[in-house]
Design a binder for this molecule. Structure first.
Ligand code: FAD
Length: 600
């Protein structure tokens, strides 16, 4: 963590100095976020980093969530939490999913373990796949926002009634019912983002709807504290019984609680989950039948619910092609079955994609056309998710007595582990994603995908760390320059020439430069580097020593990520950590040409 750059300040460094917002309006804001779910809070947390952006976030609930639905947190989401600075807290509290067991009837018809595989393939991410109550994730975001320069806290008890778009500086008008006082409140915003869940009022105000069919399959879910002789109760386990249906076991944080997703009956046409009168006793009985002959003694049900599976998608995620002002994110745009564990993750990723773009436009760094890339990029991801979820749900429900069906499910599950880990998302070429002109010099860092971290050693303080953890959620673009062979940054070498060009380009306010060298960290002198790599920082012009890294001989980033040792390579990284372009280290025109499309 970096602090004291503006002078010594005692106390908790996670609490930013408070900005003077005494003249900030609450009824005229830059960004109005509807909904304090994972999508809304990710967006608010991202925007709360900017003292000059007036953000408000509201929810109809009376206060923060205490019991959440989602609990599966993909590796990619934990990487994103690292950028926000609270990944270590999540990992500390969470259950870590390491292996998955598959159970189905054996030749005698008796339930038996058929396979046990790694949940996450090696080097898929430096972060684990974890399970933690959604409400705890909310807490971490809320802390981050409250500690930001504007001390952002949600306004609860406000139920959105309608959204309209007009003209002027704050063209979006939102009307709320105050559930605490019974009055009405009107807020005008430059931009409004509906993170208001599957029944989104923002979406309906935009005249949009979720489209797609329901699979008409009823499922139950319960978080329980139980005693059983089923041996894989602390493993993620997919169980397909001969006649009683299917069950997915997800062990929960804390070491004792466990979540059961239980297959119930198919719904008839027009029937809703609520019409079936499901009770927690029904879920327990069903789980016992699926697990038989194993015992299940439920001591406490912490939470349970019944729901139907459906895969639905909205046609668009913004209000217009030109100058969009109203957006939707998360479940407001797409819904799917919870078993694929994607809803919270994809919702947060939607917001992470949008947050920096809004900040960039509001701070006059980029043209409003940047905002149109949000809908294009995230709609494609949602489409893929919906297709995946439909296949997964169908395969899961196929009866376990059919060996071929069980094998198909396992093979599909293993193949799509990368997808569920969230690391397969790839954005297509656009004004903010290049075509990978020098992709052949970095074969393991694909343009469009998230920057795949690897270990490095920070030059100045010999700290072993993940390079990806230098990419913070601070709205900055970054260039990572990987030096070629025998290039230690001295004058006359390609790295020095690039640094000089970067220095002259005027990009340094919005684009931070990082460098990685092949030389050992004990052999290099940071003071001999180009000043662009050890720039002055903060109110006191202190030296920023956090931008230069050397190869970790125990885990060579060049080898791990297919980086050309002779030529080196240049990566342009977006503020949401996706690789925007891969260029030759000498391609200075490529860099300026790329950023000419990003910045005004
Ligand atoms: P939500 O979490 O639905 O939040 C929307 C917010 O908007 C709410 O706080 C709501 O009060 C507020 N709101 C709604 N309307 C208004 C209004 N008119 N005015 C003001 N406020 C309003 N996903 C995973 O990734 N992993 C899992 O393991 C997982 N398990 C799940 C288990 C179950 C049983 C269910 C039902 C879902 C599960 N999901 C899971 C899905 C996940 O919960 C959702 O995808 C995720 O919460 C969506 O986040 P969101 O921010 O888009 O919306």
């Amino acid at each position: 963590m970096e602090y004291h750059q503006n002078g010594f300040r005692p106390g908790d460094p996670a609490i930013s100095p408070a900005a003077d917002i005494s003249d900030a309006c609450t009824d005229k804001v830059d960004v109005l976020i509807i909904g304090c779910g994972p999508a809304g809070l990710t967006l608010a947390a991202q925007l709360s980093a900017f003292a000059d952006i007036n953000t408000r976030i509201v929810d109809q609930k009376p206060g923060p969530l205490s019991v959440g639905q989602a609990d599966g947190i993909a590796c990619r989401s934990v990487e994103m939490f690292a950028a926000f600075g609270f990944a270590h807290q999540v990992v500390h509290e969470a259950y870590q999913v390491n292996e998955v067991a598959f159970w189905r009837p054996n030749n005698d018809g008796k339930l038996a373990r058929s396979n046990r595989i790694a949940d996450v393939e090696p080097d898929l991410s430096e972060m684990p796949h974890v399970i933690l109550n959604q409400a705890r994730v909310h807490d971490f975001y809320l802390d981050l926002m409250a500690n930001g320069p504007r001390r952002l806290v949600p306004d609860y008890n406000r139920q959105l009634l309608s959204v309209t778009r007009g003209d002027g500086d704050h063209p979006v008008t939102a009307r709320f019912a105050r559930l605490d006082s019974g009055t009405e409140e009107v807020v005008h915003a430059r931009y409004l983002v509906g993170c208001d869940g599957a029944r989104s009022t923002v979406r309906s105000s935009m005249g949009l709807s979720l489209k797609g069919a329901s699979a008409r399959q009823l499922w139950g879910v319960m978080d329980i504290l139980a005693v059983t002789d089923f041996p894989d109760i602390r493993l993620k386990a997919a169980i397909q019984s001969a006649e009683a249906g299917s069950l997915l076991i997800i062990p929960r944080e804390g070491g004792y609680m466990v979540r059961f997703y239980i297959e119930l009956d198919a719904l008839r046409d027009g029937e809703r989950a609520a019409d079936r009168g499901v009770t927690q006793e029904m879920l327990i009985d069903k789980a016992r039948a699926i697990l038989a002959p194993h015992t299940l003694n439920v001591r406490e049900v912490a939470w349970w619910s019944a729901y139907e599976i459906g895969q639905r998608l909205c046609d668009r995620f913004d209000d217009t092609d030109e100058d969009p002002r109203i957006f939707i994110a998360g479940d407001a745009c797409h819904t799917h079955s919870p078993k694929a564990g994607q809803g919270m993750n994809v919702s947060m990723a939607d917001a992470f994609n949008l947050g920096w773009k809004l900040a960039s436009v509001l701070r006059d760094q980029s043209a409003p056309s940047l905002l149109s890339t949000y809908g294009t990029e995230r709609h494609a991801v949602a489409r893929e998710l919906i297709d995946f979820d439909r296949d997964m749900a169908r395969l899961f429900s196929e009866r376990g007595k059919d060996k071929a069906a069980a094998d198909r499910f396992q093979a599909y599950f293993a193949r799509h582990a990368r997808f569920t880990a969230g690391v397969e998302t790839s954005y297509s070429a656009s004004q903010i994603v290049g075509r990978g002109a020098a992709q052949h010099h970095a074969t393991g860092l694909q343009v469009g995908k998230r920057f795949h971290s690897a270990p490095v050693i920070r030059l100045a303080d010999a700290k072993p760390m993940q390079l990806g953890h230098a990419l913070k959620a601070d709205g900055l673009w970054r260039i990572i320059a990987f030096a070629g062979r025998d290039d230690a940054g001295e004058p006359g070498k390609p790295m020095h020439a690039f640094c000089a060009a970067y220095d002259r380009s005027g990009l340094s306010d919005a684009v931070a430069l990082l460098a990685v060298f092949q030389a050992g960290h004990r052999t290099m002198d940071p003071m001999r580097l180009h000043p662009a790599l050890i720039p002055p920082k903060g109110a006191l012009d202190l030296t920023d020593f956090h931008r230069v890294f050397c190869v970790d001989p125990a885990a060579d980033i060049y080898a791990m990520r297919g980086i050309n040792r002779d030529h080196g390579v240049l990566l342009i990284i977006r503020p949401d950590q996706h690789v925007a372009e891969v260029l030759d280290l000498s391609d200075l025109n490529g860099v300026s040409g790329f950023f000419a499309k990003v910045f005004v």
